[in-house]
Design a protein around this ligand. Structure first.
Ligand SMILES: *Cc1c(COP(=O)(O)O)cnc(C)c1O
Length: 427
């Protein structure tokens, strides 16, 4: 593999051309393993950014993709429909909250978020109200396109770089009471007062239910989400649940909203939708929101990507949702959660550790100083695992098929990294 070419010419996510970090060449992926070129198979603790929930090279998903590719890889979705799209949408409606009836297929998570924001804006426009603002939480993450970024944490996504271009929305304090902690009613004070103050300008609240992912791996209390739903109902504001990271079982429930027993007005799914095979996402909403949008001035919902409803992606997503529907994920995720609950507290006393936390198949070790990316990445690979931390967050989101020995190996490689001062930036 021409790694020199890669280093010289190819941009990887969030990387510098002046100081490109080392990239590890992967030639194959099977089950929970990534095969390194001229190297060993290493245990994947990331599910390729939380998407490959059933593991790699899955026979059922492979078959779905191959069979579809022999029929039709892509046709436009404008004025044309096809069985793979109908199949995936039927399955989505069966799995998602019962109030959601209308599906928009998008090509990535960020686009699904853009679509959800546009739906909310078109909804209020159709009702003859100007509501140009969104209310969201600090430490949130909703994607890298501009509108998605505008509701992502202002510091993490460096809003200052785009000042004057990026719309300015309203940020409430992120929840501080953890998922397993005792609920404290004051946790929702800031959100509640922002809502009281600005509600007539707010088209929708957008948040990640229960788990704030890329913005800080924060696991918050279900009652916070319950209160948000109550406040949205009270003030007549729409609620958008971004389940792109949490959807399809990751938190131990099929969707994280279920932890609080609430239903959103609009929901975004992505990441694990195709079991990590292809890029596909979806925005779902209620008949009421959809019909209101379409009763407005435009007479339709104004969006339509070129690769909308791509048949290959839909076919593999249907196969992945069938694997979800068989229910094995529940025991698999519960087993991973049990192991995290047993193993992570043993790291909690380490002098480098600020906090450990877990929920479902998510395990997080927050450190006191940021990691030295290059050094800790090599440490993990040398220890036979793929874990990609950011800042002070070393986290695991392994495939659901991971066995106890895989989880143990992930945790013990974190444990040995904590003992190496060179894995962290000097404070
Ligand atoms: C990853 C993610 C997105 C963006 O999805 P992309 O497919 O990377 O565009 C949006 N919201 C949440 C919560 C995510 O985790």
């Amino acid at each position: 593999m021409d790694l020199e070419f890669d280093r010289k010419h190819i941009w990887h996510p969030y990387t510098s051309t002046i100081n490109p970090l080392h990239c590890y060449p992967v030639t194959e992926a099977n089950g929970v393993y990534l095969k390194l070129k001229d190297g060993p198979e290493i245990v994947d603790g990331m599910s390729s950014w939380w998407s490959a929930i059933h593991g790699y090279n899955h026979p059922t998903l492979n078959t779905a993709l191959r069979e579809q590719s022999e029929k039709m890889s892509h046709v436009m979705f404008g004025g044309i429909t096809h069985q793979p799209a109908i199949d995936v949408c039927k399955r989505l409606l069966q799995l998602t909250p019962s109030n959601l009836e209308q599906i928009f297929l998008a090509d990535s998570g960020s686009v699904a978020v853009e679509v959800s924001l546009k739906m909310a804006l078109q909804y209020w426009h159709a009702k003859g109200q100007s509501r140009p603002k969104f209310l969201t939480l600090r430490h949130g993450y909703h994607g890298d396109t501009f509108a998605a970024m505008s509701v992502t944490d202002p510091n993490n996504s460096m809003h200052s770089l785009y000042k004057g271009f990026l719309p300015e929305h309203i940020f409430a304090d992120s929840p501080s009471v953890g998922f397993w902690e005792q609920w404290d009613e004051s946790d929702v004070d800031d959100f509640s007062s922002k809502m009281a103050q600005h509600h007539s300008d707010i088209a929708a609240v957008i948040l990640e239910p229960i788990v704030q992912g890329a913005g800080g791996m924060r696991l918050y209390h279900p009652t916070f989400l319950k209160r948000v739903r109550e406040l949205c109902d009270h003030y007549g504001v729409l609620l958008i649940a971004d389940e792109i990271a949490t959807g399809f079982g990751r938190t131990g429930k099929l969707f994280a909203c279920e932890h609080a027993d609430i239903q959103p007005d609009i929901m975004c799914v992505g990441k694990a939708l195709t079991g990590g095979y292809m890029t596909l996402a979806a925005t779902l909403t209620t008949k009421h929101v959809a019909d209101t949008v379409c009763g407005g001035e435009a007479g339709c919902f104004m969006h339509g990507p070129t690769f909308m409803g791509n048949p290959l992606a839909c076919a593999v997503a249907s196969a992945s949702l069938d694997l979800i529907a068989d229910g094995h994920w529940q025991q698999q995720v519960a087993n991973i959660e049990m192991l995290f609950a047993e193993l992570l507290p043993t790291l909690g006393d380490h002098q480098q550790v600020e906090n450990v936390r877990w929920l479902g198949a998510i395990g997080v070790v927050e450190t006191k100083t940021p990691v030295n990316m290059e050094v800790i990445q090599k440490h993990f690979v040398d220890h036979g695992v793929w874990i990609r931390p950011f800042g002070k967050l070393i986290y695991m989101m392994p495939p659901y098929i991971s066995q106890p020995e895989h989880i143990q190996q992930l945790v013990s490689s974190i444990s040995s990294a904590l003992d190496k001062p060179e894995c962290f930036v000097k404070s």
